[in-house]
Design a protein around this ligand. Structure first.
Ligand SMILES: Nc1nc(O)c(N)c(N[C@@H]2O[C@H](COP(=O)(O)O)[C@@H](O)[C@H]2O)n1
Length: 325
């Protein structure tokens, strides 16, 4: 069955009554996805522009293509890199691309709060329009000196985000949740909730992700406990309730500060280290993050008394070696 995608209606804008942008060096050029200076961090991966992020989202099933796009310094080249593979974009691309673009803009905002919120608010309540020579879906094309016509979807999304800032719905503290769509992946990993600092909650930690997807946010040990209870009820892998009870207790026994967002990160790392010891490099690779970030997490886990650092060679092991399963 072929899905029919309804295209948004086209509008005509009077240039004099709008904020328009075409080149990134212009007064409002920072609104463009091509603008530099708005660095993003998704799952511990540094991404230079929202354009590169948006294009990478086409290919959750082709991590090697995502890497090619993200490795590019120039946003335009990142877009060009996606061109040869476009026919292999995720099959529901036309249905999800607008949602993905909104999510990309929210991520750009949260991780560049001061600069991007200021720029958006400086547009007042004027219509925002991407002035594009050839794209009347994301932007609007000039009719003449005065008028532009197009669906201007990017401009409309920017106006929505502006409204969300003004109403306080989006703040610098907001956690941008991953979209509830199939295969929302970066380099084969579920995309994790996004926070301003770029701190990464590994997507492999399905218990917290399940909870997030179900609409509530884990905020304390109690919530983590209830996730495990949930798992207890729906375990289909033949794991005995007794062992799962043990896991429940193990997880509950972590005494993280309730506001310590690291709780989502450290639990899966400690779980991994309960299976066997690992070096920091191995862990960084396993959790697809950089070495410095992994060392910071391990330092915190050691401080919390959950992980022991062994020497010669340096490696890590969980303090509690009790098997979880
Ligand atoms: N080719 C091109 N040149 C520019 O200067 C642009 N601003 C854009 N537009 C941006 O391209 C993205 C959409 O890409 P798809 O065509 O959907 O792959 C989006 O960020 C537009 O704002 N394109």
């Amino acid at each position: 069955m072929v899905a029919v995608v309804k295209l948004p209606e086209s509008r005509t804008y009077n240039r004099q009554e709008c904020i328009t942008f075409r080149k990134t060096a212009e007064r409002f050029g920072g609104l463009s996805n091509m603008a530099g200076g708005y660095i993003l961090n998704i799952n511990g991966v540094k991404i230079l522009t929202s354009e590169a992020l948006y294009q990478a989202c086409r290919f959750p099933h082709m991590p090697e293509v995502q890497r090619l796009i993200i490795a590019e310094r120039s946003p335009m080249t990142a877009k060009m890199k996606s061109k040869p593979y476009r026919d292999n974009s995720r099959s529901d691309w036309d249905i999800v691309r607008t949602k993905i673009m909104r999510w990309c803009l929210q991520v750009k905002l949260i991780q560049n709060w001061d600069k991007f919120s200021k720029l958006l608010l400086e547009t007042g309540d004027l219509p925002i329009v991407e002035d594009s020579r050839k794209d009347d879906f994301w932007g609007a094309k000039p009719e003449d000196e005065e008028f532009l016509t197009g669906a201007n979807v990017l401009g409309r999304l920017l106006m929505q985000v502006r409204e969300q800032i003004a109403s306080g719905k989006l703040t610098s503290e907001t956690i941008v949740q991953p979209l509830p769509i199939q295969d929302f992946l970066l380099y084969g990993q579920d995309i994790s909730p996004i926070v301003a600092s770029g701190e990464y909650y590994p997507g492999s930690y399905m218990r917290s992700l399940d909870l997030i997807k179900s609409g509530s946010q884990p905020s304390s040990d109690v919530d983590l406990l209830s996730i495990s209870k949930h798992e207890l009820e729906r375990d289909e892998e033949g794991r005995s309730n007794e062992n799962l009870e043990k896991e429940l207790v193990e997880i509950a026994e972590f005494k993280f500060d309730k506001y310590d967002s690291l709780q989502f990160v450290l639990l899966p790392i400690v779980e991994k280290l309960q299976e066997s010891e690992h070096t920091d490099k191995e862990l960084a690779k396993l959790f697809t993050t950089n070495l410095k970030q992994m060392r910071d997490w391990l330092k915190r886990a050691v401080e919390l008394g959950k992980v022991r650092k062994l020497s010669k060679p340096v490696r890590y092991v969980a303090e509690s070696q009790l098997p979880l399963i």
